[in-house]
Write a protein that binds this ligand. Structure first.
Ligand SMILES: [Zn+2]
Ligand SMILES: [Zn+2]
Length: 413
């Protein structure tokens, strides 16, 4: 066997999580990205020392996040009266107002999921620094990865900025220690995520398959959706299990299209009440006025707050519409097995996955305003049913795009 052949035989076998193409990783030049040859998805981020760095960054983020939750986040002064809120105040008030579903969504996305993600990452990575192993490391890493889209510290921070600008006309708003430490936690956790070499991490938990290790006659080659391991699903069986992380493995299934359609249709159905019902009611000195999403944008334009109006309009109106159209297009074209512009459709799918969560910004804005402006007869903001409907739309579209299997774009069978 010649040297290049031998290298190919022993190099890690990567299976693209987006298009399903199995490919041997070429010789590495140094830090950088390994992209899929066919669809351009990132297969690997090579970053030496990333595990150690991720542990340190996540530890620091965890400490800052704990401080952020215990200290005042924002202080709000109106007509001589002041009020401070901690992160969880909005949740508590939404709950008291009889909106448990919305309270739970905000609590999960802004507090529980980010916290669980940091703890799971530390559980999975920490032992490597101490050269030991803990039970459940693979499961913890899978959990941390699964929570990535749902831990919305970044979206929450954008909501803080929007809420702040909305209130600035009305009253004095002061940032507290909670807000600054929250910002720090967000930056550190994002940096940890952005530089982590997942492939290296999984490889430490169980070696990546190579052509030399795989039996070519064992069945259809499938990539693990969670850890990226290449494994064979035996011929005649519809699914297998990943030996490294325990995830279910299966070739692309056309049945998934029906589920994605159902979720998308439900999301569109919620979009109507989300836009027609008031999202909040501002009552000041006895006079109350309910406002819808578009009404809120119009009010921002009236007050010449153009950048914030643009942010809210994009996140709450344009992004949901874009997601409906893009997912609809992806579903119709895969259902009809159209070979048209596969690579562009793969990029479209990536875009839908990326922007999906940012629509939650208006939901967090309402939660923050409700918590901040709670001064009885002087001024109150109450959440309306429209915002629950809107949160449902956002979550359903996120679930729809998560249940769409992008490998179907490339599947010719
Ligand atoms: Zn690919
Ligand atoms: Zn796996």
């Amino acid at each position: 066997m010649s040297a290049p052949d031998r290298g190919r035989w022993l190099a890690p076998l990567l299976v693209c999580h987006e298009c399903g193409l199995a490919q041997v990783q070429g010789a590495l030049a140094g830090p950088g990205l390994v992209l899929c040859r066919r669809c351009g998805a990132v297969l690997r981020r090579i970053a030496p020392g990333s595990v150690r760095r991720a542990v340190h960054l996540n530890l620091a983020a965890l400490v800052l996040f704990a401080i952020a939750n215990l200290h005042p986040f924002l202080a709000f002064g109106f007509e001589g009266r002041g009020q401070t809120v901690v992160l969880a105040s909005g949740v508590a008030r939404l709950w008291r107002e009889g909106m448990p579903l919305l309270a739970t969504i905000v609590l999960a996305a802004s507090l529980l999921f980010p916290l669980a993600k940091m703890l799971a990452t530390l559980w999975a990575l920490g032992p490597f620094l101490l050269r030991s192993r803990l039970p459940g490391q693979a499961r913890a890493l899978r959990l941390a990865d699964a929570l990535r889209a749902w831990a919305m510290l970044d979206v929450f921070l954008l909501a803080v900025i929007v809420a702040w600008v909305k209130l600035v006309d009305l009253a004095a708003v002061e940032p507290g220690i909670g807000l600054w430490t929250f910002l720090g936690a967000l930056i550190l956790a994002t940096a940890a995520d952005a530089t982590l070499d997942h492939h290296d991490l999984w490889h430490r938990l169980g070696p990546q398959a190579t052509l030399a290790r795989l039996d070519p006659g064992a069945g259809r080659l499938v990539g693990c959706p969670a850890c990226g391991q290449a494994a064979a699903v035996p011929n005649g069986r519809s699914e297998g299990r990943c030996r490294r992380c325990g995830s279910r493995l299966h070739p692309p299934r056309r049945q998934a299209i029906a589920r994605a359609w159902a979720l998308l249709v439900a999301a569109v159905a919620f979009y109507f009440p989300a836009n027609l019902l008031p999202v909040m009611t501002v009552t000041s000195l006895g006079r109350g006025e309910p406002s819808t999403i578009l009404g809120g944008v119009a009010l921002l334009v009236e007050h010449r707050m153009y950048p914030v109006a643009a942010v809210v309009f994009t996140a709450s109106v344009l992004v949901p519409l874009f997601k409906f159209l893009a997912l609809g297009l992806l579903l119709v074209t895969t259902q009809r097995r159209v070979g048209w512009r596969r690579r562009e459709r793969a990029v479209l799918y990536r875009l839908v996955e990326f922007v999906g969560r940012w629509s939650m910004v208006d939901v967090f804005v309402v939660a923050l305003l409700v918590a901040l402006v709670d001064m009885g007869a002087l001024a109150t903001i109450e959440a309306g049913m429209g915002i629950t409907a809107f949160a449902s739309t956002v979550i359903l579209t996120m679930l729809a795009s998560a249940s769409f299997d992008p490998r179907l774009i490339w599947d010719r069978t």
